[in-house]
Design a protein around this ligand. Structure first.
Ligand code: AMP
Length: 306
């Protein structure tokens, strides 16, 4: 990350009054105490506050969360922080795309009120040691391949909820397991915030939007389409009456294999709203998958059997 960017004034104009929405772009805050005061003051003034945690490199998926937050809340806060503790030692923390100026411009156009973009040192000062253990929910699916990921996610999300004690926080269904983990954490730790889950936004050809899609070569991108295609195929099979998970999984795998160069890490069928595997589609079921396409790791999911 270009630390200087966070220290200096943003290139886009900022404004002082967080309720004067949309005129000059969002107000950029980098200090924990500043964001806490802004949120607490807004709530004391009777305003509802919506929080959208992100790692930046924003796309329409992120902006859709902001849009929903704007319709439901008086004041919107988007956080931008590439959280080091949710990346494994051999993952893409360093390469992860970062472009704060572009993000601020997009958020300005999207009508965001406040952007909170802290430095690593502000979030994890020297001597930092506490983290949130999410138990078994963090060990399955993504957790099998990214063992410390949800510890990092839960820890940063709880910290953001503490720094920006909003009424509601907005998450994308794209990261299905994350929504389960976060909901469980706020229930278990009595965090007074309403978790809202918004639909996955896709490219016109079906690819789920992701900040990591920029890593895909043209060839990889074409292969990656087999993932959303396999989910649509599963949906079609369920709509036609197929209930046997083994049959659906085999056809999905066949669809993905036909693209070549796509390695499935997991292809899971779970009762919707949980991470509990099912063998038959007898109710709302989420099909969640992860795969590598070249060097890029992608996840996607779809709700079937509604
Ligand atoms: P990230 O910046 O990848 O950590 O994502 C921040 C938030 O945006 C998370 O709640 C994600 O689930 C959500 N998000 C990411 N991609 C999409 C998408 N394609 N559609 C909807 N939400 C998304």
């Amino acid at each position: 990350m270009d630390e200087n960017l966070l220290m200096s004034q943003p290139a886009v104009a900022t404004r002082r009054d967080p309720f004067d929405r949309g005129k000059f772009g969002p107000q950029l805050l980098t200090e924990g105490e500043a964001i806490r005061q802004a949120v607490v003051r807004a709530r004391q003034a009777g305003k509802s506050v919506g929080l959208v945690p992100t790692m930046g490199a924003l796309h329409e998926g992120h902006l859709s969360l902001l849009e929903t937050a704007r319709t439901e809340c008086d004041l919107t806060v988007v956080t931008i922080f590439v959280n080091p503790t949710q990346f494994g030692p051999h993952e893409d923390f360093r390469q992860y795309p970062r472009d704060l100026e572009r993000d601020l411009a997009q958020l300005g156009r999207g009508g965001c009120d406040i952007v909170f973009a802290p430095t690593n040192e502000a979030m994890y000062p020297a001597g930092y040691t506490t983290s949130v253990d999410v138990g078994q929910l963090g060990q399955v699916l993504e957790g099998e391949f990214r063992p410390a990921h949800f510890r990092g996610v839960a820890t940063i999300v709880l910290k953001l909820f503490q720094l920006a004690p909003a009424d509601r926080a907005y998450f994308g269904r794209k990261d299905y397991q994350q929504t389960i983990v976060v909901r469980q954490m706020v229930a278990d730790l009595n965090v007074p915030i309403d978790i809202r889950v918004c639909p996955t936004i896709r490219e016109s050809d079906g690819l789920a939007m992701s900040s990591r899609n920029v890593y895909l070569s043209a060839d990889d991108r074409r292969r990656a389409l087999s993932l959303s295609r396999s989910l649509r195929l599963a949906e079609q099979l369920v709509n036609e009456g197929q209930r046997d998970v083994a049959v659906i999984r085999a056809q999905m795998q066949h669809e993905i294999d036909a693209a070549g160069g796509v390695q499935v890490q997991y292809l899971a069928f779970v009762a919707d709203g949980t991470l509990t595997p099912v063998e038959r589609i007898d109710g709302p079921t989420t099909i969640a998958l992860a795969a590598t396409v070249g060097k890029t790791r992608l996840i996607d999911n779809l709700l079937v059997g509604k």
